[in-house]
Design a protein. Structure first.
Length: 380
């Protein structure tokens, strides 16, 4: 019993790498949904769809159970399937890859730009073929990708662009919010993302036709004018799914979206504090680019000199600070039969790490993080 209490106290004393920021507003919103008796997909989901469309500047929103589901539904709506190629970066989580495989298409892995960790336009050029049907463009760590160049390249080849905004709600490029550039954009509301519903995601678009197709695939037995057959029953000629969001989740998301401007402001302030304090260390810090505004989902740094990242993370955690790998191991290294060589991706995977950053991180927490990091690096 005493040992268990000590472990719990040790956990409480650790500064985590990520943490959701929730308050009484979310509690009240969930309570109202529970009291209403309507806890599945309903009015709250429609409200969240409307509110995020308004925030990003698009007309159609379709909530889903996750961003993975949103990406998969987007590919289905575009008609992507067996025999088609979809380009994505290797330096990203496996959700885009899984969505491609669920659709029956073939992934083609592109390298990244080491300055931003976003997908390299030059690398994408070398991956395009007659089979390329779409590309998934993540805005990594909350920093806008070179979406204009990628869109121009895609337009020349008739390729659909899906923006993966899982880490970047609120980021801007040229005065426009990310998610408003591609034909479709997908968002994540996982627990530690920019805003949360616990689990959940959404697809946004200006195409009513695509949105209606996504709604068709999202729910397996809900009749619409497009799904009734001549016998007055739901058309079962296509495989459909159950990827709905609940009103309980949406109620949290509505309140989180109201707070997003403050969340973004806090993340930018923390990133500024980190950048100022780390200026004298031999670390590649996040770089600002003209016309782009990051939301700093991750504050990612990279050492130009070889250091033992695993040991750094282990020792820092023992001292009460959770530094982290900003991303999982590269997809191309784990994908069966793949022979791609993506040098920038491999460098990032070996040398990049990230600092805790979230709105509830206190000034004292920031000082502890910086003290631990500078002390560890000095001793390596």
């Amino acid at each position: 019993m005493v040992e268990g209490s000590r472990r719990m106290q040790a956990i409480r004393n650790v500064i985590p790498h990520s943490r959701p920021t929730l308050g009484p507003e979310e509690e009240r919103a969930v309570a109202e949904v529970l009291q209403s008796g309507m806890i599945v997909q309903g009015h709250a989901v429609k409200r969240l769809e409307h509110d995020l469309c308004t925030y990003i500047g698009l007309s159609e929103g379709v909530a889903a159970s996750s961003c993975t589901a949103a990406l998969f539904l987007s590919l289905l709506a575009l008609g992507v399937g067996e025999g088609d190629d979809v380009i994505l970066p290797s330096y990203v989580c496996s959700a885009p890859l899984n969505s491609i495989r669920h659709a029956g298409a073939t992934p083609r892995f592109a390298d990244i730009d080491l300055r931003t960790y976003n997908m390299s336009v030059d690398s994408v050029k070398g991956k395009i073929s007659r089979e390329t049907k779409a590309m998934i463009v993540p805005h990594m760590f909350g920093h806008p990708a070179d979406i204009s160049s990628l869109l121009a390249l895609a337009d020349r080849h008739g390729i659909a662009v899906i923006e993966d905004c899982a880490q970047a709600i609120g980021a801007e490029r040229g005065g426009k919010r990310v998610g408003s550039f591609g034909i479709l954009s997908c968002f994540s509301f996982y627990a530690t993302k920019m805003l949360t519903t616990g689990e959940g995601g959404m697809v946004l678009t200006n195409s009513k036709d695509l949105a209606d197709r996504i709604r068709f695939f999202r729910e397996y037995d809900t009749p619409t004018s497009a799904t009734w057959d001549d016998r007055g029953s739901v058309d079962l000629s296509a495989t459909r799914y159950n990827f709905k969001m609940t009103d309980i989740q949406a109620a949290i998301g509505i309140e989180q979206l109201k707070k997003l401007p403050l969340f973004v402001q806090k993340r930018r302030e923390i990133a500024g504090r980190y950048s100022d304090a780390l200026a004298g260390l031999p670390l590649m810090r996040p770089q600002s680019e003209e016309g782009k505004k990051s939301v700093f989902y991750r504050y990612t740094v990279r050492s130009p000199e070889p250091i033992d990242i695993r040991e750094l993370l282990k020792r820092s955690r023992e001292a009460g600070v959770c530094l982290g790998r900003p991303n999982y191991p590269p997809l191309h290294e784990r994908f069966p039969g793949n022979t791609d060589e993506l040098p920038n991706t491999e460098v990032a995977a070996k040398s990049a790490f990230s600092l805790p950053i979230y709105p509830s991180l206190t000034a004292m927490d920031i000082e502890v993080v910086l003290k631990q990091l500078t002390g560890r690096l000095a001793g390596m």
